[in-house]
Design a protein around this ligand. Structure first.
Ligand SMILES: Cc1cc2nc3c(=O)[nH]c(=O)nc-3n(C[C@H](O)[C@H](O)[C@H](O)COP(=O)(O)OP(=O)(O)OC[C@H]3O[C@@H](n4cnc5c(N)ncnc54)[C@H](O)[C@@H]3O)c2cc1C
Ligand code: FES
Length: 359
């Protein structure tokens, strides 16, 4: 048993993990009982409005696979905020992690990370999650489609794949507004020059001063077919805004070998019903009236209740809580359920009747 586990066992009856974490972090920057924390060890500008943060996690972080994401929690103006960021590096001996954050106009967390966080600051992180990783048994061609900050998990996959001798092709098509918005531009060009089977195509959507060789335009079948004559052999991962992901799914899902995607933008609810439902929070013994036209998470937050959350798109499971009763709709799939549930993801659920939640 190591010394820190022994110490925890001795003082466990005397102090709660949260209290221990509070005082431990005052003494040693990223010490904690069980919470993964990470210290910022490097900060560099990656592209216009995008910053890469290199993080040194404490011993509670359990590692990751290329393509996965972490939740990052920081105080913004005195309020704890959590958002998801993709890990852009590959697992390495020094255990360092990196995330690349694009500042969003009016965004709370992205502004904090891009503009205010400094080397030496400590952030809370979650364990890595996400299914869009590199399957051990897959040996075929890859088509990676990125738009804007959707490049981040795909960059990790590109870095991991190009570390080995490639026996199949890896094609990355990366859409950005202008040339100044592309992250990892030089590295991607250098990789494509040194790895004959890795190809990168940058595509501009709003470049004010295009050069004669620039490829421009929104995703289209004509563009993708010109780059990839053998579409049917491509395992395809797409990442970007919800609109981008929907567009490329419509274009490609029937044409490629397999298609998976992840969207980074917040959900827009497909219904605008007026009216409210009653939500009983059984643990905190409160009852609230929430609007039906919002997800349960949004409704609770607007009512001042702050349940744990992360990705806000149904991927990380952080917001999952028990549902004792009531009818809920999964706003992504449209599935409606009147059954009790042990893990209802409230970030993608809307109440369709009065409900009771274990919160
Ligand atoms: C699985 C996953 C991985 C992600 N990885 C990354 C990453 O590697 N790098 C990165 O920069 N971001 C990433 N994001 C997005 C990130 O989690 C935040 O949504 C983003 O940083 C904005 O947070 P904010 O607090 O600044 O904005 P908020 O204060 O939450 O929102 C402010 C305004 O911006 C809009 N908005 C919020 N998020 C976005 C967005 N992503 N694009 C456009 N408009 C938005 C909101 O609708 C709102 O109007 C990822 C999201 C998910 C779900
Ligand atoms: S916040 Fe990630 S699943 Fe709900």
């Amino acid at each position: 048993m190591n010394a820190s586990i022994a110490l925890r066992n001795i003082i466990k009856p005397l102090v709660s993990p949260a209290v221990f974490d509070f005082w431990a972090s005052k003494l040693v920057a990223n010490a904690s009982w069980q919470t993964p924390l990470a210290t910022v060890v490097e900060r560099r500008v990656e592209a216009r409005d995008s910053v890469t943060l290199v993080l040194r996690p404490n011993g509670h972080f359990q590692g990751f696979s290329p393509g996965q994401h972490i939740n990052v929690t920081v105080d913004v103006a005195g309020v704890r905020q959590t958002r998801s960021y993709s890990l852009t590096g590959v697992p390495n001996k020094s255990r360092l992690l990196s995330i690349t954050v694009k500042r969003i106009a009016g965004g709370k967390m992205s502004a904090e990370l891009c503009q205010r966080l400094r080397v030496g600051d400590v952030v809370e992180i979650g364990q890595a999650y996400g299914e869009m990783t590199i399957p051990a048994d897959y040996q075929g061609n890859w088509l990676l489609l990125a738009a804007g900050s959707g490049i981040t998990p795909l960059m990790s996959i590109v870095r991991a794949l190009t570390q080995q001798d490639l026996h199949h092709s890896v094609t990355l098509v990366y859409w950005g507004r202008t040339r100044a918005d592309f992250c990892f531009f030089q590295e991607l060009r250098a990789l494509s020059a040194s790895q004959p089977r890795f190809h990168v195509q940058f595509v501009l959507t709003r470049e004010p001063e295009p050069l004669p060789d620039d490829v421009q335009g929104r995703p289209s079948l004509a563009l993708l077919e010109s780059l990839l004559p053998d579409m049917a052999t491509q395992r395809t991962y797409a990442c970007g805004s919800a609109g981008f992901v929907e567009t490329v799914r419509d274009l490609l899902s029937d044409r490629v070998e397999s298609f998976s995607s992840e969207a980074f933008t917040p959900l827009t609810i497909p219904f605008t019903d007026a009216g409210t439902v009653s939500v009983r929070l059984t643990k905190s013994q409160r009852t609230l009236e929430l609007p039906v036209g919002k997800t349960i998470l949004q409704g609770l937050e607007e009512a001042g209740v702050m349940p744990a959350s992360g990705c806000r798109r149904g991927i990380c499971n952080t917001c999952a809580c028990g549902k004792g009763s009531g009818v809920t709709e999964n706003v992504l799939s449209g599935d409606v359920s009147a059954e009790p549930a042990s893990a209802l993801r409230i970030c993608i659920s809307a109440a369709r009747s009065d409900i009771a939640l274990d919160l």
